[in-house]
Design a protein around this ligand. Structure first.
Ligand code: THU
Length: 162
């Protein structure tokens, strides 16, 4: 008998050709993300990103990327938003997050980086509630994932503490 087995992980997400094809709540969250992208401090990359998340009480928290001369000291829009949300509203579940850039050259949706996926996953696990991810672009094309876990298979987690 073989000593190994191969496991497959399938991820799925929705693709919208236009923002107007989406659910109205997702459209609203994406528009808030687009608006806050203007506040990004991105003198090094010139790539301004905005993120907007909605809590279970309806509060919308926004954030933008904040860069630094010492590059790794800066942070992405998603982490600005999620850490602020948790700092201000530690007991409210995060239902969804939208992310987008105002950079018109970005025709494909902005997808959260690995560090942001890990940071967001922490709250999905903490609240045992999926966080919907709405990823927008200048072309109007949008990806929607139903949770963070699907975007970060085999994520690190202290499951020995659960
Ligand atoms: N960035 C974000 O803020 N979110 C993403 O999902 C992708 C990348 C930022 C990091 C950096 O300030 C700039 O975009 C270029 O990578």
């Amino acid at each position: 008998m073989a000593k190994t087995e191969t496991k497959n992980i399938n991820i799925s997400f929705e693709v919208y050709k236009a923002e107007s094809d989406m659910d109205a709540n997702d459209q609203l969250l994406l528009s808030k993300a687009k608006e806050i992208a203007k506040n990004a401090y991105a003198p090094y990359s010139n790539f301004k990103v905005g993120a907007a998340l909605i809590l279970d009480n309806g509060t919308i928290v926004t954030g933008s990327n904040q860069e630094n001369a010492a590059y790794p000291s800066g942070t992405c829009a998603e982490r600005t938003a999620v850490f602020y949300a948790s700092a201000q509203h530690p007991h409210n579940k995060i239902k969804a997050i939208a992310v987008i850039t105002d950079n018109t050259k970005q025709l494909n949706p902005v997808t959260p980086c690995g560090s942001c996926r890990q940071a967001l996953a922490e709250y999905e696990i903490k609240f045992r509630e999926p966080i919907r991810v709405i990823m927008g672009s200048a072309s109007g094309k949008v990806f929607v994932a139903k949770n963070i876990e699907s975007l970060l298979p085999l994520m690190f987690n202290h499951d020995h503490l659960e």
